[in-house]
Design a protein around this ligand. Structure first.
Ligand SMILES: *[C@@H]1O[C@H](CO)[C@@H](O)[C@H](O)[C@H]1NC(C)=O
Ligand SMILES: *[C@@H]1O[C@H](CO)[C@@H](O)[C@H](O)[C@H]1NC(C)=O
Ligand SMILES: *[C@@H]1O[C@H](CO)[C@@H](O)[C@H](O)[C@H]1NC(C)=O
Length: 916
């Protein structure tokens, strides 16, 4: 269509009036997940497009309301270069529409693009600093030194934040017991941010992105090198006084010497000239509540200054002139203490404490606390304005904190603690002493009992990361606490715009393996209600089991212990799930089908966790993830399947190319190099092969190749800096698989890293044909990756590749006779048949084969996994059997949760019509 109209335009058929002719423009609606937010402070979202519809240079995007400016860029391309994913930013708007319509208009050759709506956003990239003015707030980012932000100034000209810094405390030991403290000399060090580089986005019509990189540098205490590298991404939207900060750190210390005992971000708040009684402290309590205090309180005194004075102070307004107060108060103001410091500590997900003091060296006075703080602090004055800072998921990421200091002096200080200094230090050491597991033989034997795959030296956190989302708000005067509560609603659940499931599906930009929920017949309706049950149950479990914490938040657990009515949080490979069998994929596909807001938040937190904490971002294992375990990084299986980029893909594109996630995707591009250093199957290898950097390596065609292929495909789609290398490796290895006599059934291949090709495995150099499958091959994203890849390639897929995959999808669940007839041997190790029913479904749809469709449903209903006869219900357990009452589903494991979910979704999409 677009092509036709361009042709007509060139022929001059479209005259001057053609701009109004609706021949080829198309529009797509996006709406907020959940209820429309009370306010829009500026947001970014992603939008998929069908292949061939728009070429990047031939289309203009705008919003149909004709008013709201839109900044647009491309985040993904189809193979033919047409747009696969666009990203769009809208500025802060006074009104919030329930939905927005994005109009894509072909740019007619020889005509200039429509005039863009401009905004007041301005970005100056100077030699020493970057200055961004949103029209509401001006922020200066120095390019070197300690301060990540030099100043935050309101449109009214008031500087409300200065000298922003990251702060880090660490110690080199943790005394074993409280008694040991007396005899343990602990070296303590303090650090601050030290900038190594600042970059700023190139196009900034609606949104500016300033990226600050550096390390924490010692400022005092025991000697210590610079460490804990950080990346700070500041997102600034036209017309907005809110600043969104995505804060990422990577742990590059030693687990037995570097214990983080405080990690925060700190700003100075100028208060000079503000009367002490006009200075206000606000700390978020529970459910939109606030602690509302003045640095010098004039309420509750023995003498009353007058109702107007009291009311004004509580409301955060400037007090009337002192001459209007009762003089019995004004003559005695000097006797009222000044509360310099306030502190809120959220050391557990169940409670926070509050306290204040007049100054350091004096006793704290307790303030009644509560359960779950909203995680926002404000410091400022009625006339001079102030600054608020908030942490998303504050209590879920305990131990966290909010500190106000020096509120009575010329410059107050506000600190948000991502890791509270009041908590015990972050202890990343192993949880056991190695248990004498000093040979592979013993380690494999231990796997038989605790399911933990231990190996000395592998339980290292070196290279894990964590990302937090912080919001800053600038004010010309102390805002009402209702306003702060509203802003904090925004910080806790940043509004998300997304296209309708129908539209996303139609574009095929996230594959064709899912369809919309359909309850038109009883069998389908039953599956839908079961999927809903599963997702709801895990959401409930997060709360019931308190799956929260600085590193843990977002993850779920692997297997249940029905005897203890408890997840096996302490049993080796059964504890944290680390994406085992792809719950990430199930939850994202569930979201794609339903558009459910709470599922989006749930799986976003999971994605943020698994992509950061369960994977390595530095060192020899960069790009690999860690197998499930009691600590997220403790297991010795470091594998590409766990950092599978497909797990990040949905969030990356839907969010409009979240830059941190994009960076994590880049980290996985080096995963292929790790095979030359670390052999994933070293403990069971019998052929004596040893890895050597740059030399050919043997890797699995299931979990290994699927993870590498996903990363290569995404890089190709993004046309990232390494896309040609990625495309070459993808094409080279897929060609190699197609040329193997037994294709995917060969099980492994020899990967030549220097030219990105794949040869037969060393055990079969002449390609005579090996038969080696694994039940795990297809449960870490391979079906999703290959089906997206086949659609991406279309006719250009390497010869035989599609057939190789179709063979795998047919024969995995084929009879032993069929397998023998085709490969000369039957398969051993076939299990997870319910999970694999979706491979049969794929085959049936591709070949139009009703017999195989029926086989898919038979395996789905009667294979291993969750039986059709299973009642999807929970049982209430209370009393002394449990710490607190729970509703348990003892029959459910996370493997089944994930794979039943994926099989259901994909069988319905491929062969839903032939459901029995
Ligand atoms: C433009 O065309 C689309 C579909 O072809 C139609 O839905 C839409 O209403 C048209 N818009 C106008 C302004 O005519
Ligand atoms: C890649 O390298 C291998 C080993 O050196 C070689 O056998 C093969 O022919 C090369 N393939 C290509 C396409 O260059
Ligand atoms: C479907 O697959 C079965 C099993 O391989 C085969 O016997 C049958 O001929 C196929 N049917 C069609 C229509 O291709």
């Amino acid at each position: 269509m677009a092509r036709v109209s361009r042709f007509l335009a060139l022929m001059g058929v479209l005259g001057a009036a053609s701009a109004r002719v609706n021949v080829s423009s198309s529009s797509v609606k996006v709406s907020w997940i959940g209820d429309s937010p009370a306010q829009n402070l500026g947001t970014t979202f992603g939008l998929p497009w069908p292949q061939g519809k728009y070429q990047p240079n031939d289309v203009d995007f705008k919003l149909s309301d004709g008013q709201t400016p839109l900044e647009s860029w491309v985040t993904g391309y189809w193979r033919d270069g047409s747009i696969k994913w666009s990203a769009h930013a809208i500025p802060k708007t006074d009104k919030v529409a329930d939905e927005y319509t994005i109009e894509a208009t072909p740019v007619l050759k020889g005509r200039s693009r429509g005039r863009r709506r401009t905004t007041k956003l301005s970005v100056k990239d100077g030699g020493k600093e970057v200055t961004v003015d949103t029209g509401k707030v001006t922020i200066v980012f120095p390019k070197d030194g300690r301060s990540i932000v030099r100043s935050i100034k309101t449109a009214g000209g008031k500087t409300v934040g200065k000298d922003g810094k990251l702060v880090l405390y660490s110690q080199n030991k943790i005394p074993g017991t409280a008694q040991d403290r007396a005899k343990t000399e602990v070296g303590q060090s303090n650090f601050e941010s030290n900038i190594e580089g600042v970059t700023v986005s190139k196009t900034n019509s609606v949104r500016a992105l300033v990226t600050v990189r550096g390390k924490h540098k010692r400022t005092g205490g025991s000697d210590h090198a610079d460490w804990l590298p950080f990346v700070l991404r500041f997102y600034l939207y036209a017309g907005s006084d809110a600043i969104r900060l995505v804060h990422s750190i990577t742990f590059d210390g030693k687990q037995d010497k570097d214990f983080i005992s405080g990690l925060g971000i700190q700003f100075q708040v100028p208060l000079k000239g503000e009367q002490l009684y006009n200075r206000h402290v606000r700390l978020a309590g529970t459910d939109g509540g606030f602690l509302n205090e003045a640095v010098k309180g004039i309420t509750g005194l023995r003498r009353d200054p007058g109702a107007a004075v009291r009311t004004a102070q509580v409301a955060g307004k400037a007090l009337p002139a002192e001459s209007t107060w009762d003089s019995r108060v004004t003559t005695r103001l000097q006797w009222i203490p000044v509360w310099n410091d306030y502190s809120l500590s959220q050391l557990s997900p169940d409670g926070f404490t509050l306290k204040k003091r007049t100054e350091a060296g004096r006793s704290w006075v307790n303030i009644p606390g509560g359960t779950r703080s909203g995680g926002l602090a404000y410091l400022g004055g009625a006339t001079q304005g102030g600054l608020a800072i908030a942490l998303r998921d504050f209590w879920k990421r305990y131990p966290t904190g909010l500190d106000i200091e020096n509120a009575g002096s010329d410059e107050g200080q506000i600190t948000l603690w991502l890791y509270s200094p009041d908590a015990a230090p972050l202890d990343l050491r192993g949880y056991h002493d190695g248990l004498g597991l000093d040979t592979y033989e013993k380690q494999l034997d231990a796997l038989e009992i605790t399911y933990e795959d231990y190996e000395k030296g592998f339980d290292t956190p070196y290279g894990i990361a964590r990302t937090n989302e912080i919001f800053l708000y600038a004010f010309d005067s102390t805002p009402s606490s209702d306003t702060l509560a509203q802003l904090n609603g925004h910080a806790q659940q940043p509004p998300v715009l997304v296209a309708k499931p129908e539209y996303i599906k139609e574009t095929k930009a996230l594959g064709s393996y899912w369809a919309l929920p359909d309850t038109s017949n009883a069998a389908k309706a039953k599956i839908e209600s079961r999927l809903d049950f599963l997702v709801k149950h895990y959401q409930n479990e997060v709360e019931a089991r308190r799956w929260y914490g600085f590193l843990d938040h977002g993850d779920i657990m692997h297997t249940y212990d029905s005897d203890r009515h408890q997840w096996r949080y302490d049993i080796g490979g059964y504890a944290w799930d680390n994406s085992e069998l792809s719950p990430d994929l199930f939850l994202w596909q569930y979201f794609l089908r339903t558009g459910s807001a709470d599922v989006y938040r749930f799986v976003e937190a999971l994605t943020r966790h698994t992509g950061e904490v369960d994977s390595y971002h530095l060192g020899d294992w960069k790009g690999l993830g860690t197998r499930h375990g009691v600590k997220h990084w403790a297991d010795s299986a470091k594998q590409a399947r766990i950092s599978q980029p497909q797990y990040r893909k949905y969030f990356f594109y839907l969010s409009g190319g979240d830059e941190r996630t994009g960076e994590l995707l880049e980290h996985t591009l080096d995963a292929d190099k790790t095979y030359g250093i670390l052999d994933p199957v070293r403990k069971v290898r019998t052929d004596g092969w040893k890895p050597s950097p740059g030399a050919p390596v043997t890797f699995g065609l299931g979990t290994d190749w699927a993870a590498l292929a996903a990363g290569w495909l995404i890089e190709w789609e993004r046309r990232g800096p390494r896309w040609e290398e990625a495309k070459k490796k993808l094409t080279g290895t897929a060609t190699g698989i197609a040329r193997l006599k037994n294709g995917f059934v060969t099980g492994s291949g020899s990967y030549i890293i220097e030219n990105g090709t794949l040869q037969p495995p060393p055990t079969d150099p002449d390609n005579k044909g090996i038969v080696a499958i694994s039940h795990l091959n297809a449960v870490f994203g391979m079906p999703e990756v290959i089906s997206e890849l086949l659609e991406y390639w279309g006719d250009a897929a390497p010869a035989g590749f599609r057939d190789a995959w179709l063979d795998y999808t047919y024969y995995y669940a084929g009879t032993a006779d069929e397998q023998r007839a085709r490969y000369g041997a039957s398969f051993s190790g076939v299990s997870l048949k319910q999970a694999h029913s979706r491979l049969s479904a794929f085959y049936a749809a591709a070949r139009g084969n009703a017999t195989v469709a029926a086989r898919a449903w038979a395996d789905y209903y009667r294979g291993d996994g969750l039986k059709d006869t299973q009642q999807f219900t929970t049982e209430h357990v209370g009393g002394s059997a449990v710490v607190h009452p729970v509703d348990e589903a003892a029959w459910l494991s996370t493997n089944d949760f994930a794979q039943y979910g994926l099989a259901s979704i994909q069988n319905l999409a491929y062969v839903g019509d032939s459901i029995a």
